[in-house]
Design a protein around this ligand. Structure first.
Ligand code: PEP
Length: 248
């Protein structure tokens, strides 16, 4: 049985003190929530976020990591550093990182492997552009992203990964995919995973939808057969809205 996960991606928003205040506010609103709740603030907010979330049902994740253990990688953060401060999840391969920071399917794969090595749960992002959707290559494109991202990963590790299907045209645009559109891609991702591993493994991997999820559409999306929650940007910055999504 897959448990719904509501994950907030704060992107480059909030200072440490704002993060602490927002998590303190959110804690009470999601206290009785039966779904998993995750907040992913910026690196500098992580210690404050971990501390504020202590004793609550809110998990904390990073928005990125480096794929090497350590070394001459100015400005980068390692899996071990994240682990030591109490981070449990890490977003990998968000389309903004692919677009603005030249992340490739290969670096995404290396990062997923690195996260698993340090017992961090990867939230692995994939998704097509508007052009790819119009060219009707959505399924082929996403299957290729998934096959490369899971390369070299055992089925025991694969079930720890959370996949986030995020059509790029829906991120930050207010244009939510319909629940049918989102579900058919999530279902295809699951079929692709069944091809790589087997039906049972695929059935145990959580697949989220992300792209302008808001308090009004979350319940319908999360009720779909192959959608196991959401990766939420804008709406996760509003504790009232995000708590409704978490409770959806
Ligand atoms: C995201 O950043 O992953 C995202 C889905 O953003 P938004 O919800 O704002 O579209």
């Amino acid at each position: 049985m897959r448990k719904i996960l509501a994950a907030g991606n704060w992107k480059m928003n909030n200072t440490p003190s704002q993060a602490e205040a927002m998590i303190n506010e959110l804690k009470g609103k999601v206290a009785g929530c039966k779904n998993d709740v995750l907040i992913c603030p910026t690196y500098v907010c992580l210690p404050a976020a971990v501390k504020a979330a202590e004793g609550s049902n809110i998990k904390i994740g990073a928005q990125n990591l480096h794929f090497e253990d350590k070394g001459a990688f100015t400005g980068e953060i390692s899996a071990q550093m994240l682990k030591e401060i109490g981070v449990e999840y890490v977003i990998i391969g968000h389309s903004e990182r692919r677009e603005y920071f030249a992340e490739t399917d290969d670096t995404v794969n290396a990062k997923v492997i690195q996260a698993l090595k340090y017992d961090l749960i990867p939230v692995l992002c994939c998704g097509e552009s508007l052009k790819q959707r119009e060219d009707t290559i959505t399924f082929d494109f996403i299957r290729s992203q998934i096959k490369i991202a899971f390369r070299g990963i055992s089925k025991e590790d694969a079930v720890k990964i959370v996949v986030a299907y995020e059509p790029i045209w829906a991120i930050g645009t207010g244009k939510v995919a319909t629940s049918e559109q989102a579900n058919e891609v999530c279902k295809d991702i699951r079929e692709c995973l069944a091809g790589i591993y087997d039906e049972e493994t695929a059935a145990n991997i959580r697949i989220l939808y992300g792209g302008s999820v808001n308090k009004d559409c979350a319940a319908e999306l999360f009720a779909m057969s192959d959608i196991d929650g959401g990766l939420v940007g804008g709406a996760s910055l509003k504790p009232d809205d995000f708590s409704i999504i978490c409770n959806a």
